[in-house]
Design a protein around this ligand. Structure first.
Ligand code: FAE
Length: 558
């Protein structure tokens, strides 16, 4: 084991540089296995090639690792970096693609206004949450089936959006990096020291992810008129608004406004990936992890089964696909320590399958429980003609209506953009309502898959809260709701969530640090640990919790 723990800025940026070049060159020649070459490691002086766990074929992986992480989203990426720094040979397995290569249009990712196969995970047509503009079919497009970055999964009563790629949700999300209200955090996670979280882990991840706030000059530009109108109308009804920090680099956005660089955040590059500006995991944690020389990333490879032998070693069955979705290789790998970072649905599915098929029979009944949609729903209002919102809008939200402490209509409603290219006089909101309802995830033997169970009456609790709030804004501004955006003909989305949470709750399905009950050396590191409603967007908390837990695990279990 070669320790590489050194958090100084120079070492971090050198590792990140090496990791980025490994990701880019692997992507250029279509490799699914990405790590520093033995030569790079030796040149960097961190690692002797003789210390490799086993010799590797050019695009192969070793058959056994001290640690394997499933999934390369926030939880997986944090764990990979910290294990890599500690000198632990770690394999990260990710079912989606590594996006580090430009296509024939010179871009890595496509825009929301001209989506192509890069947008969705093996679909024939895009399935954006907004369906139409004024009832006209201007949003969704027929596309080629391809391993695009965003997935929309239809579950029982709710659709769930997910990132499916190296970097997971960080590639497709809106970058809103919000710290929960401390008193609410203490209410929902009473066994987690809030001093540790608020003094150490939240500041650490804000730093790592380059969280920043929109400067006044950018907020005053035409690209945030939609947000200023949203604030004005909310304040007219007596509501407070709050700043929403983001991982989009506003210095870069300033250059977009001045015309010094190509438009990215101002050019409709959000939920199908962002070509510049956004600090997603492929620009920080993941290359830095690979740059330690101890982390190998295997993409386009899905974990289908987890078993354990009598020595306690975990054995994983893997399927590697090509860009047509055909399985081109089946593999098995084993490890001493297994960390699940496949997201709320992915992690729950793997553990439920293992429990229900008898592969890991000691998993508890808590697996699959406590799932929530973070109170998500989308809703639209009309504005008066003088409150125009602009055809060109920034894709990255920076303000929200903070009504969380209201006992009647508790919600945090983000002022979301609607960059339609034409004036719509519309305010769009992504509301996080304080919906206490919880669903669950169940495994279906017939389809060998897991599904979320979420009832219409559970969704209605959140909708009633949101409508209570927005009825007040409509009354104060003498306006009404906007239809013509959602295919259901109403002013709000059908049940969907961007923020699936829970399924393997901390201190229920696991101990206080994500160690799964019933098994040794089995850990959950992602959003499935968190209770189904955080009151704010979740990735900052998922990342901070992963930092907290892996630090404890490294100190106590290695
Ligand atoms: P996640 O990032 O989902 O990563 C899981 C990874 O595991 C994925 O890359 C999967 O492909 C991979 N995986 C799953 N199953 C397997 C398997 N069997 N084998 C191999 N790999 C597998 O998990 N949150 C915010 O805080 N702010 C926002 O502005 C925001 N906007 C969002 C917008 C959209 C459109 C979406 C979809 C989400 C948004 N989120 C936002 C949510 C946020 O991205 C999400 O909570 C985190 O990404 C979840 O992190 P995890 O590490 O739990």
């Amino acid at each position: 084991m070669t320790k590489q723990k050194n958090n100084d800025a120079h070492t971090f940026s050198r590792r990140r540089f090496l990791g980025v070049s490994a990701l880019t060159s692997a992507s250029a020649i279509g490799l699914t296995t990405i790590s520093l070459s033995a030569t790079q490691k030796a040149q960097a002086g961190w690692f002797s090639p003789t210390e490799l766990v086993q010799p590797q074929a050019p695009d192969g992986i070793a058959s056994h690792y001290p640690a394997i992480i499933i999934g390369s989203g926030y939880g997986g990426a944090v764990s990979a970096l910290r294990l890599g720094e500690e000198g632990v040979q770690t394999l990260v397995i990710e079912m989606g693609m590594n996006w580090n290569q430009t296509a024939s249009d010179g871009k890595t990712f496509c825009t929301m206004t001209k989506p192509d196969g890069r947008s969705f995970w093996f679909k024939d047509r895009t399935e954006a949450p907004l369906d139409t503009i004024f009832g006209i079919d201007l949003v969704n497009r027929n596309i080629d089936r391809y391993p695009g970055v965003l997935d929309r999964m239809q579950h029982d009563g709710i659709d769930v959006f997910l990132g499916r790629c190296v970097g997971g949700g960080s590639i497709v999300n809106g970058g809103m990096a919000v710290t929960p209200k401390r008193d609410y955090f203490e209410e929902i996670l009473p066994d987690v020291s809030s001093d540790d979280m608020y003094d150490t882990y939240y500041p650490r991840v804000r730093d790592m992810l380059n969280v920043n706030e929109v400067p006044e000059d950018i907020y005053a530009s035409k690209y945030y008129r939609f947000s200023r109108v949203g604030e004005k109308t909310a304040e007219k009804a007596g509501f407070k608004t709050a700043s929403v920090p983001n991982v989009y680099d506003f210095n870069y956005m300033r250059q977009e406004i001045s015309g010094d660089v190509e438009k990215s955040g101002l050019g409709n590059e959000v939920i199908y990936g962002n070509n510049a500006g956004k600090q997603s995991l492929d620009r920080n944690y993941i290359p830095a992890a690979i740059g330690t020389g101890n982390v190998t990333l295997r993409c386009m490879t899905k974990v289908t089964r987890i078993q354990q032998d009598s020595n306690g070693v975990y054995h994983l069955s893997l399927e590697t696909i090509n860009v047509s979705g055909e399985v081109i290789e089946t593999l098995s790998v084993s490890c001493e320590k297994l960390l699940l970072g496949a997201g709320s649905i992915g992690t729950s599915e793997l553990l439920l399958r293992a429990r229900e098929t008898g592969d890991l029979p000691n998993l508890s009944e808590e697996i699959g429980q406590g799932w929530g949609n973070n109170g998500n729903l989308m809703l639209a209002r009309k504005n008066k003609f003088w409150d125009y919102t602009g055809g060109q809008q920034s894709g990255f939200p920076v303000r929200g209506i903070d009504n969380w402490d209201d006992p009647e209509f508790p919600a945090f409603a983000e002022l979301a953009p609607l960059p339609a290219g034409i004036e719509t006089y519309t305010s769009l909101y992504l509301a996080i309502t304080k919906n206490p309802e919880r669903g669950h995830i169940q495994y279906d033997v017939a389809t060998d898959s897991a599904t979320v169970v979420w009832r219409a009456d559970q969704e209605k609790v959140g909708l009633d809260i949101a409508e209570g709030l927005f009825d007040k804004i409509n009354a104060a501004t003498r306006t009404d709701y906007r239809t013509g955006l959602f295919s259901n003909g109403t002013h709000h989305s059908d049940p969907f969530t961007y923020h699936p949470l829970g399924g393997c709750l901390l201190n229920k399905a696991t101990d206080n640090y994500g160690r799964v009950n019933g098994y040794q050396n089995l850990y959950v590191v992602d959003g499935s640990l968190l209770p189904g409603n955080l009151g704010v967007n979740p990735f900052l908390t998922i990342t901070a919790m992963a930092e907290r837990n892996i630090e404890h695990i490294i100190a106590n279990d290695l």
